[in-house]
Design a protein around this ligand. Sequence first.
Ligand SMILES: Nc1nc2c(c(=O)[nH]1)N[C@H]1C(S)=C(S)[C@@H](COP(=O)(O)O)O[C@H]1N2
Ligand SMILES: [Mo]
Length: 219
Amino acid sequence: MSDDGDAGARAKLVAAKKAWARAGRLLTGRPDPDRSLRLPPGQRLVETWPVLDLGVQPHVPLADWRLVVDGAVVNPVELDWPAFMALPQTEDVSDIHCVTQWSRYDNRWQGVSTSVILDLVKPLPEAAHVVLHSHDGYTTNVRLDHFAEEDCLLAHAHDGAPISREHGGPVRVVIPRYYFWKSAKWVKRIEISAVDKPGFWEVRGYHNVGDPWTEERYG
Ligand SMILES: Nc1nc2c(c(=O)[nH]1)N[C@H]1C(S)=C(S)[C@@H](COP(=O)(O)O)O[C@H]1N2
Ligand SMILES: [Mo]
């Protein structure tokens, strides 16, 4: 589905995933809320790195790249590439768990910690949610306290190399604790909000939170 450019096939796939959500497909009924296993229920380990998108892989040259962080904040910002790269840099190793049942261990991400961004914009007292907006029109929502967790970052490199276009480069969000659909690729805007705004998959039957250990696949 990555680059066939076939809108009909794409619509079919989205419809199929909605139907799976309605039917509760892939649910094992074997939750592991204490995270005693490394592999969450119903997942299988892969060595490759599958590509999932909506059929568009935006090309964003670094010279044109901007990140807007706005909404319920004291100090909204628009960062260009040099400003983004001048922020304190961090590295974190984490596992990927996709709702379509694959998991990938030990991904070494480099980028800017979400806490650095939040310190910069200063969320207002009523801020409780985050909406991530991407260049392909994708959106996803996450609770502000989940977005602020210390293993979350805006990543520009993976295993020491710039993140490729197909995996969401120049910059993607990484939120390891939840299913990977929350980790927006090609991010362009981080909207801090007082109210929750379900995103692309969340309005199509996916769970609003998406905890892999309790199999929050569908809402
Ligand atoms: N902008 C954008 N981000 C996205 C998606 C998308 O279609 N568009 N798909 C999500 C889903 S469902 C998954 S599983 C992961 C896939 O990331 P990958 O292609 O790097 O494996 O990206 C997430 N982020
Ligand atoms: Mo996914």
